[in-house]
Design a binder for this molecule. Structure first.
Ligand code: IPD
Length: 263
């Protein structure tokens, strides 16, 4: 892909993420019309807004360059190697509760490799943008992982998928905390990755997460100097599995505690 083709897609993704976030925020204002449903597990919720916002994103991304889209709610269009992987609302449980920690996440993969990431968090007014080889920004300013400045007091977010038993989540939290690593769980994997990229946390781990939660964040963390495990190993874009993202100096310690994620 040429530099102008990549730049055009970044520009499009920024516009679409902002508009999608506005649409989702607007729809959240009428709680009675959200049409909350569960996808099996009571903690795995979906709303009319998730589907409506994804329809909007798919139509916009598909119309401009004819790229395909894989989304959380509507599945995949086409078989092209130019693929957007999108989560219309990441952190849906928070969104339903009017907790501000949710976002729109748009990742672009080329032949299975994530190369563009755009995440819009409307409640915090943050827009994260990254593309391979061009660095990562928050609201236009460059961002960087924490380095080793919190060497003895690391902070790591541990995600938990509602589609899996809580056993492994509890085991990871216990191992980290017994090793004096402070943990959090804030309910949006995509925003969890952006906090690794800004250095607000030193790592994000989850035993089972979906591609739409991590496609954009993977590019953002890597371009901010961080390590992300090979979630899209072998160019496979449509499977879920474990992820580890962190400041490089913490990688060995985290892998020793929880194992090396392989999808
Ligand atoms: C979920 C969130 C959560 C993570 C789960 C995801 P959703 O996505 O990102 O933080 O732990 O694995 O499925 O359902 O809110 O889009």
């Amino acid at each position: 892909m040429t530099t102008p083709q990549m730049r055009d897609r970044v520009g499009l993704a920024i516009d679409v993420a902002r508009e999608a976030a506005r649409l989702a925020s607007h729809m959240r204002a009428d709680f009675s019309a959200l049409g909350i449903e569960t996808k099996g597990d009571p903690r795995d919720v979906v709303t009319i807004a998730d589907r409506t916002v994804e329809e909007f994103i798919v139509s916009r991304l598909n119309a401009q360059f004819g790229d395909d889209v894989l989304g959380e709610e509507l599945g995949r269009t086409g078989t092209s190697e130019r693929l957007w992987i999108v989560d219309p609302i990441d952190g849906t449980y928070n969104y339903v509760h009017d907790n501000p920690r949710w976002c729109v996440s748009l990742g672009f993969v080329l032949a299975g490799e994530p190369i563009i990431g755009v995440i819009c968090s409307p409640a915090s007014g943050q827009l994260f943008v990254a593309s391979k080889g061009n660095g990562a920004t928050r609201n236009g300013a460059p961002i960087r992982v924490s380095g080793d400045r919190f060497g003895t007091q690391p902070l790591v977010e541990v995600g938990a998928s509602s589609t899996k038993p809580i056993t492994r989540y509890l085991e990871i939290v216990e191992r980290l905390m017994r090793s004096n690593i402070e943990t959090r769980r804030l309910g949006s994997g995509a925003l969890g990755l952006t906090q690794v990229a800004t250095g607000e946390t030193d790592g994000y781990v989850e035993d089972h997460i979906h591609p739409w939660d991590v496609a954009a964040g993977t590019v953002i963390v890597r371009e901010a100097g961080g390590h992300v495990s090979d979630f899209f190993a072998g160019g496979v874009v449509d499977r879920s599995g474990p992820i580890l993202a962190c400041t490089p100096s913490l990688r060995g310690r985290l892998e020793a505690l929880i194992g090396t994620p392989t999808t």
